[in-house]
Design a binder for this molecule. Structure first.
Ligand code: ATP
Length: 750
C-alpha cells in the first residue's frame, strides 16, 4: 500500500481541515448527494498537478477555494496534501515518506511542495510519472466518466492507454530529446551562420597573410641578394685597389728614380761650363713641359671624377623613376572630378561629331588628357627627387664639357711644347760632342718620365673611378642597413672568395635589387604582426566554431538515435501492453456479460494533411511531399461483440452496457499495469444488483495490486471496503468528514 493520507483544507467544500487515512486496500467514501464526495476525488487530481480547472468542475482557480457558507467565511487559500508511503521507493526520491502538496491563493498561481520544499510543477509531474501516476488520470475515474474511455476518440484513447501502460516516462524522455534536438539544430544553424559571416573576412585575411608572407620572402630574397652584391662589391673594390697599387708601385718607384736623376742632371748642367742658350732653353722647356703635363693630368682626373659622379647619379635617377611609376599616390577628389568632367566633355564631342575627323580629333584630345593626368599625378616626391638629380646631372655634364675643353687645350699646349722639345733635342743630338752628355741624359730621362707619367695618369683615372665606387659602396651599405637592418653588415663575414667574375653580373644584381624594392613597395605597408594576429584569431575562432559544429552534429546524431530507440521501445512496449490488456479485456468482458467478446485494435490514421511549406519543397524537393504522405497517427479502436445480440458498434450499447464495457476495460488496464492507487467515483452507479456483485469481486481482485478509493452509493461496493468515510454537509454549508462503520454507511446506500 502506497497511499497514507489525504489532507484537504479550504479546497472546494472542505472549509476546515479534513484528513483521510488510507490504511486498507479499499477505502470507501460515502455520503448523501451534494455532500462533497466528488470533491475528494478532485482533491486527488488537484494535488497531482491537474491543470484543467474544468476537469475539477470549476471555471477559474478561485472556484477551487472554499467560497464561504452560512456561518463560515470564505477561505483565501486551498491546500491539498497527499502523503505516500515510500519505503519501497515507489517515488524516486530518498525518503520513506513523501508528502506532495499543492496550494493556491485567490490572487496567485499554484505553489507545489515536496516534503515541504517548494518545487516546480514539472518536478511533481516527473516524480509521479516515474511511479506510473500519470497526468491523464487513467487511475482517477470521475463521476459520470466511467465511459470516458469509450467516448473519447481513438487518439485520446491511445494516450490514455500509453499513460496507463507507464509509457509516459519514455515519452517525456523522447519529448525532452526532441526539444534538445531542436535546440541543437538551432545552435547548429547559429554556428553555421556565424561561420558564414566570418568566411569572407577570413578569406580576405588569408590573402593579406599571403601578401605578408610574400613580403617576408621578398625581404629574405632582398637580404640574400643584397648581401651577395655587397660581398662581391667589397671583394672587387679590395682587389682592384690592391691591383692598382701593385701596378702603380713600379712606375712610381721609376718616377722617383728619374726625378732624382733629373735633378742630378740639372745640377750638372747648371754647374757645367757648357751652360749656354740651348741648355737654359732645355731647362725652361723641361719646366714648362712638366707644368703642362701636370695641368693635363689634373684635367683628366677632373673628367674622370665628373664621369664617375654622372654614372652614380644616373643610377640613382633610374631608381627614383622606377619609384615614381610604382608608388601609390593619393589624388584629390576634386582633381579626379575635374578630370572625369573633361573626359565626359570630350566624349560628348565624339557623340556630337559630324564626321570621322571630329571623332579622331576628340580621341586625340582624350589621349592627351589621359597622358597629362598620369604625368601630373605621378608620385611627386620621387618625381621631385628625380628632377633634382636630373638637374645635377645636367650641371655635371656642363662641367665635363668645360673640362673636356681644358683637356683639349692642355693637349694642344703639350703638343706645342713637345715639338719645341723635339727640335731642341734634334739640335743637341747633332752636336756630336760629349760635352752635351748632360743634356742628352736629360732628354732620355724626360722621355722615360713622360712615358711613365702617361701610364700613371691613366691609372689615376682608374683610381679616381675606384674612389667613387667606394663612396657609392659606402652609401649602398647604409641604404642596405635601412632596408634590411643590421644583417646587411654580415656581407663582411667571408673574405676567402674572389670577385673573379664579369662586372656585368654585379650590374644584374643591382637591377635585381631594384626590382625587389619596387615589388616590396607595391606590397604596401602591411603590418605583418597585426595581420597575422587578426588572421590567427579569426581562424582560431573559425576552427573553434567548426569543432563546435562537429560536436553539435555528433550530439544531434546521438539524440536522433536516442529518439529512434525510444520510439522503437515505445512501439514495442505499446503493442506488447495492448496485447496483454486485450487478453484481460476479453476475460473481464466475458465475465461481466456472461460471454461475448471485446478487443482493442491499434489503427493507423492519416494525420490531417499538412502541406509542405514552399521553403521545405525548395529545400528537400519531392522528399517533402513524400514525408507528408507518411504522417500517420496511431490510435486505438474498441470492438465489442455482445452475447446473443447482434451489436457491434459502441454507440448501440445501453447505459449499463457501456458502463460494464468500460469497467471491464479499465480493470483490464489496471490489471496489466497496476497503478499504485485507483479512484473510482460512482463508477458503479449504473449497475444492477447482479452486476454490482461482479463489480465488487473485481474491485477486490484489483485491490491486490492497487490501493482503491471508491466513492459509492452501492452497498455491495461498500461491503468490500476496509475503511469507510462519511461525508456530510450540514446547514453551515461546508463538508465534514468522519470515519464510520459499515452499518452507518448503509444509511446512505441505495
Ligand atoms: P453526489 O453524490 O450528488 O455526486 P457529491 O457528494 O459528490 O454529490 P460534490 O459534487 O462533491 O458532491 O460536492 C458538491 C458540493 O460542493 C456542492 O454543494 C457545491 O456547492 C460544493 N462546492 C463546490 N465548490 C465549492 C466551493 N468552492 N466552495 C464551497 N462549496 C463548494
Amino acid at each position: 500500500m502506497y497511499l497514507k493520507s489525504l489532507e484537504l483544507s479550504g479546497f472546494k467544500s472542505f472549509a476546515k481541515k479534513a484528513n483521510l487515512e488510507f490504511n486498507a486496500p479499499v477505502t470507501a467514501v460515502v455520503g448523501p448527494n451534494g455532500s462533497g464526495k466528488s470533491n475528494v476525488a478532485e482533491a486527488f487530481r488537484f494535488v497531482l498537478g491537474e491543470q484543467s480547472i474544468k476537469s475539477m468542475r470549476g471555471k477559474r482557480t478561485e472556484d477551487l477555494i472554499f467560497n464561504g457558507g452560512e456561518s463560515q467565511p470564505r477561505a483565501n487559500r486551498a491546500a491539498v496534501k497527499l502523503v505516500f508511503d515510500n519505503r519501497k521507493r515507489l517515488l524516486n526520491i530518498d525518503f520513506d515518506e513523501v508528502a506532495i502538496e499543492r496550494v493556491i491563493h485567490r490572487d496567485s498561481l499554484s505553489e507545489y511542495f515536496i516534503n515541504g520544499s517548494a518545487v516546480r510543477l514539472r518536478d511533481i509531474v516527473e516524480l509521479l510519472a516515474g511511479a506510473h501516476i500519470g497526468s491523464s488520470g487513467h487511475h482517477i475515474i470521475s463521476q459520470g466518466e466511467a465511459d470516458r474511455i469509450l467516448n473519447s476518440n481513438s487518439r485520446e484513447r491511445r494516450e490514455m492507454l500509453e499513460d496507463a501502460l507507464g509509457l509516459k516516462i519514455f515519452q517525456y524522455k523522447r519529448e525532452e530529446s526532441e526539444r534538445k534536438l531542436e535546440k541543437t539544430r538551432e545552435n547548429m544553424e547559429k554556428v553555421e551562420s556565424l561561420r558564414k559571416e566570418i568566411a569572407p573576412h577570413l578569406k580576405f585575411l588569408k590573402k593579406q597573410v599571403e601578401k605578408v608572407e610574400k613580403t617576408i620572402a621578398l625581404r629574405e630574397e632582398l637580404k640574400s641578394v643584397y648581401r651577395e652584391y655587397l660581398k662581391r662589391e667589397s671583394l672587387y673594390l679590395a682587389e682592384t685597389e690592391k691591383a692598382l697599387a701593385e701596378e702603380a708601385a713600379g712606375p712610381r718607384r721609376d718616377l722617383a728614380r728619374l726625378e732624382h736623376e733629373l735633378s742630378e742632371a740639372k745640377k750638372v748642367l747648371e754647374a757645367s761650363k757648357h751652360k749656354d742658350a740651348k741648355s737654359s732653353e732645355l731647362m725652361s722647356l723641361e719646366a714648362k713641359l712638366k707644368s703642362a703635363r701636370e695641368s693635363r693630368d689634373e684635367v683628366t682626373r677632373t673628367i674622370g671624377r665628373i664621369e664617375g659622379e654622372i654614372g652614380s647619379l644616373e643610377r640613382m635617377l633610374a631608381r627614383e623613376r622606377a619609384t615614381a611609376n610604382t608608388e601609390a599616390v593619393t589624388v584629390e577628389y576634386s582633381k579626379v572630378k575635374g578630370f572625369v568632367g573633361r573626359i565626359e566633355e570630350l566624349l560628348g564631342d565624339i557623340e556630337g561629331a559630324k564626321d570621322l575627323g571630329g571623332v579622331k580629333a576628340a580621341l586625340a584630345k582624350i589621349r592627351e588628357s589621359l597622358k597629362l593626368f598620369l604625368e601630373s599625378n605621378k608620385n611627386t616626391k620621387a618625381q621631385d627627387r628625380a628632377g633634382e638629380l636630373e638637374k645635377e646631372i645636367r650641371l655635371l655634364k656642363e662641367r665635363k664639357e668645360e673640362a673636356d675643353k681644358g683637356a683639349k687645350d692642355a693637349e694642344a699646349e703639350l703638343s706645342k711644347l713637345s715639338s719645341a722639345y723635339a727640335s731642341l733635342q734634334g739640335d743637341i743630338e747633332k752636336e756630336k760632342d760629349s760635352s752635351r752628355d748632360a743634356e742628352k741624359s736629360m732628354f732620355r730621362i724626360m722621355a722615360e718620365e713622360n712615358e711613365i707619367r702617361g701610364r700613371l695618369s691613366v691609372m689615376a683615372v682608374r683610381e679616381e673611378k675606384l674612389r667613387l665606387e667606394k663612396v657609392d659602396f659606402k652609401r649602398e651599405v647604409e641604404e642596405g642597413a635601412v632596408l634590411i637592418g643590421r644583417d646587411v653588415y654580415l656581407y663582411e663575414s667571408d673574405t676567402t672568395e674572389h670577385a673573379a667574375e664579369e662586372r656585368s653580373l654585379q650590374e644584374e644584381r643591382r637591377k635585381h635589387i631594384e626590382k625587389i624594392k619596387v615589388r616590396l613597395e607595391d606590397s604596401g605597408g602591411l603590418s605583418a604582426g597585426d595581420v597575422m594576429k587578426e588572421f590567427n584569431e579569426t581562424s582560431e575562432r573559425d576552427e573553434f566554431l567548426a569543432r563546435e559544429l562537429v560536436d553539435l552534429e555528433k550530439s544531434a546524431a546521438s539524440l536522433t538515435e536516442l529518439i529512434a530507440e525510444l520510439s522503437e521501445k515505445l512501439d514495442t512496449l505499446f503493442s506488447d501492453g495492448i496485447a496483454k490488456i486485450n487478453k484481460q479485456f476479453k476475460e473481464f468482458f466475458a465475465l461481466m456479460f456472461g460471454g461475448g467478446e471485446a478487443s482493442l485494435a491499434v489503427v493507423k490514421e492519416k494525420k490531417r494533411k499538412r502541406g509542405p511549406s514552399p521553403e521545405e519543397i525548395e529545400e528537400m524537393g519531392l522528399e517533402a511531399m513524400a514525408e507528408e504522405e507518411e504522417e500517420t497517427e496511431v490510435g486505438v479502436d474498441i470492438h465489442v461483440n455482445l452475447p446473443r445480440k447482434k451489436i457491434k458498434g459502441l454507440e448501440m450499447l445501453s447505459g449499463g452496457e457501456r458502463a460494464l464495457t468500460s469497467i471491464a476495460l479499465l480493470f483490464a488496464i489496471s490489471q496489466v499495469n497496476p497503478p499504485p492507487f485507483i479512484i473510482l467515483d460512482e463508477t458503479d452507479a449504473a449497475l444492477d444488483e447482479a452486476n454490482s456483485k461482479k463489480y465488487g469481486d473485481m474491485v477486490e481482485s484489483l485491490s491486490k495490486h492497487s490501493q482503491l478509493i471508491v466513492i459509492t452509493h452501492n452497498r455491495e461496493t461498500m461491503s468490500r471496503a476496509g475503511v469507510l468515510y462519511g461525508v456530510t454537509m450540514g446547514r453551515e454549508g461546508f463538508s465534514k468528514l468522519l470515519s464510520i462503520a459499515f452499518n452507518e454507511a448503509l444509511a446512505v446506500a441505495k
